[in-house]
Design a protein around this ligand. Structure first.
Ligand SMILES: C[S@@+](CC[C@H](N)C(=O)[O-])C[C@H]1O[C@@H](n2cnc3c(N)ncnc32)[C@H](O)[C@@H]1O
Length: 222
């Protein structure tokens, strides 16, 4: 089992979602957010080929592979190595998503039906730093999705709500048939965490963001 963020944090130890995840042997409480989003937006079906950006410690991958099954290819990328055991059709890669070589990536794995991002910066408590960093990670995820999804594919990514939130939602609406903002039910009151979901990548977006294949190799598997 992966090391859990917040094990020494009193608030985490008394958090019902954290305790439930521990009891149900999931890698983290984030699983219940993806479950909630998936129930609402129906993103993952048997066979869904999926890319999970910011996948450590691996809870979203655990949920996704239960839904997508063992025939689908699931790929997770994170700065940190995923340590939990996952089925053989789940590939985890250690790397910075902002440095991914998308051409090599798409050559290797094919195009995805769904790109997820739960990426978050190491929060400093200074919202003037944390929010813009989260917005930049969101935009990286959106560009990766635009270049690696099949036409009609879906996107779901986290962002801390700040000054660029309306622009980010608008950008998703312009690249997908439908864009929606969603705040998970058990999000702490003070949290600015939101998810933006794009359904149905437009053909014009896929063409405009087609990846090239002539730069450095993608990072190697664990
Ligand atoms: C909230 S955690 C993800 C939890 C995950 N969804 C799960 O269910 O286990 C956010 C992750 O984003 C990762 N992250 C942040 N910036 C990144 C980047 N530039 N490239 C890759 N991963 C990044 C962090 O390392 C961290 O593990």
């Amino acid at each position: 089992m992966a090391t859990r963020k917040g094990l020494g944090d009193k608030r985490a130890r008394h958090d019902p979602a954290y305790l439930r995840a521990k009891r149900e042997q999931y890698a983290g409480r984030a699983i219940y957010k993806l479950e909630e989003i998936d129930k609402r937006f129906r993103l993952i079906k048997p066979g869904t080929q999926l890319l999970d950006l910011g996948c450590w410690p691996g809870a979203w991958l655990q949920y996704a592979v239960q839904k997508a099954g063992t025939e689908a290819t699931l790929v997770g990328v994170d700065l940190k190595a995923v340590e939990i055991a996952l089925p053989a059709n789940v590939h985890t890669i250690v790397g910075d998503v902002t440095k991914l070589n998308l051409g090599r990536f798409v050559d290797r794995f094919g195009r995805f039906d769904l790109v997820l991002s739960d990426m978050a910066p190491n929060t400093t408590g200074n919202k003037d730093f944390d929010i813009p960093t989260s917005e930049d990670l969101f935009l990286s995820a959106l560009d990766i999705a635009s270049a690696s999804l099949r036409i009609g594919g879906h996107f779901c990514a986290k962002v801390f709500q700040g000054g660029r939130f309306a622009d980010l939602l608008h950008e998703v609406e312009s690249r997908f048939q439908q864009g929606r903002a969603y705040r998970c039910e058990n999000t702490r009151k003070a949290s600015r965490e939101q998810y933006i979901i794009g359904r149905g990548l437009k053909a014009t977006t896929a063409r405009a963001h087609a990846p090239t294949t002539d730069t450095d190799p993608a990072p190697a598997d664990d």
